[in-house]
Design a protein around this ligand. Structure first.
Ligand code: PLP
Length: 404
């Protein structure tokens, strides 16, 4: 008889965004004239940049030409892309990451979710609270988190590192030492960042204790402050203790194309065992490779033209972030983030819970955001707004906030 992986049953029933979807659908059905503005979803809205589109066209042409056709992609990715990443994302920032330490993938979500497979189920994980839910959920599925306690809204065996306004939404070093530490900066949902000095403390802590840091820098392209590292490898010794995830989704609009990569340094070890061959083995067995045409499109992001075009898109989103943040501040709200990240993190007014504020905002302003409690228990009484909308709707939404 086939049996299921019971760990899946430990996950709380409804996924955050499906609950939001249901509530919005119900509201629209009951209020067909309402003009709803969505500042909730973390997807981009700008079309792919022209340099990327023209590269996609020529790569498609190659696939129809017997002399230039490509079949399966190499396990770890095409050299042209790994070389560009190594040069432009790392060496240009003084980080010694070589092309063969880069594993190209179909996006950061898969890698963030799958990386735990190369570690024992005995490992204790630590996560920022609140944070992107994939880290906890993938460890739940693997049986590494213990039972869920609905009272505390926490899994028993996970170390939740509180990110609150008191610590600028960047966690303090935990007193109980975790084996695997998930860090995400710039952070989704809070938009918080860690400066280099603070991140270095984490690297030192991990090296001292034999922990591995799993560093998600999917939003690094949004960083504008000079003292905020784009990569954990800007910190000394990080190659001995950190794995890094990157994505082309939010930095170049690839949410629908799918492209990302993971850096596993050649020297990083756990229990004396190098991690690179484990991930290479996993990649070779369980991963099909990002398509050739998509990897070519990724390469185009590093061309002069491509770089200028995606930088302009990011500037567009960050101007939206400024409009939201300044507008809400003027209206008297307590707001965070929105400077080095496309996320604005606001305190709910009064003593409203995140979901109460969600309902209130939908009903009174027809604006959709994301309840902070969906990202972890410390997200309660907070609310996430994203800068990915178009300018007109963003301005309109802010006006509606002012009239709430
Ligand atoms: N990491 C973080 C922190 C994210 O917020 C997201 C997407 O929202 C991802 C990773 C997923 O990126 P990708 O689209 O490359 O799978």
């Amino acid at each position: 008889m086939a049996r299921i992986n019971e760990n899946y049953l430990k996950l709380p029933g409804s996924y955050l965004f499906s609950t939001i979807g249901k509530k919005v659908k119900e509201y629209s059905e009951n209020n067909p004239d309402a003009e709803i503005i969505r500042l909730g979803i973390g997807d981009v809205t700008q079309p792919l940049a022209p340099a990327i589109i023209s590269t996609l066209h020529s790569a498609v042409e190659e696939m129809g030409d017997a002399a230039r056709f490509k079949g399966y992609a190499p396990d770890l990715g095409y050299d042209f892309l790994r070389n560009a990443i190594s040069e432009k994302d790392y060496k240009a920032r003084g980080c010694d990451i070589s092309p063969d330490e880069i594993f190209v993938s179909d996006g950061a979500k898969s890698d963030c979710g799958n990386i735990q497979e190369i570690f024992s189920t005995d490992n204790k994980i630590a996560v920022c609270d609140p944070v992107y839910p994939v880290y906890v959920d993938s460890n739940v599925m693997a049986g590494r988190t213990g039972e869920y306690d609905p009272q505390t809204e926490r899994f028993r065996d996970v170390i939740y590192m509180k990110c609150t306004r008191e610590n600028d939404f960047a966690p303090d070093l935990p007193s109980e030492v975790p084996d695997l530490i998930y860090l995400c900066f710039p952070n989704n949902p809070t938009g918080a960042v860690m400066n280099k000095e603070r991140l270095q403390e984490w690297v030192d802590y991990a090296r001292k204790n034999g922990s591995i840091i799993l560093y998600d820098s999917a939003y690094e392209a949004y960083i504008s402050d000079d003292d905020v590292p784009h990569s954990i490898y800007e910190c000394e010794g990080a190659k001995e203790c950190a794995i890094e995830f990157r994505s082309f989704s939010k930095t170049a609009g690839f949410t629908g194309l799918r492209l990302g990569y993971t850096v596993i340094p050649k020297e990083i070890k756990a229990e004396g065992q190098l991690l690179w061959p484990l991930w290479a083995r996993r990649h070779g067995t369980k991963y099909n490779g990002a398509p050739y045409i998509v990897q070519r499109a990724g390469e185009a992001v590093y061309s002069e033209e491509g770089r200028a075009q995606v930088t302009a898109q990011i500037a567009y989103y960050m101007e939206n972030a400024r409009i939201i943040k300044d507008g809400l501040k003027d209206a008297g709200y307590e707001v965070y983030g929105g400077v080095n990240a496309p996320y604005i993190w606001m305190r709910t007014p009064g003593d409203m819970t995140s979901w109460e504020f969600f309902d209130h905002l939908l009903a009174k302003a027809n604006v959709v955001g994301t309840p902070g409690s969906g990202f972890g228990p410390s997200g309660e009484h907070y609310f996430r707004l994203t800068a990915f909308g178009n300018r007109e709707n963003t301005i309109k939404a802010v006006e509606r906030f002012k009239n709430l």
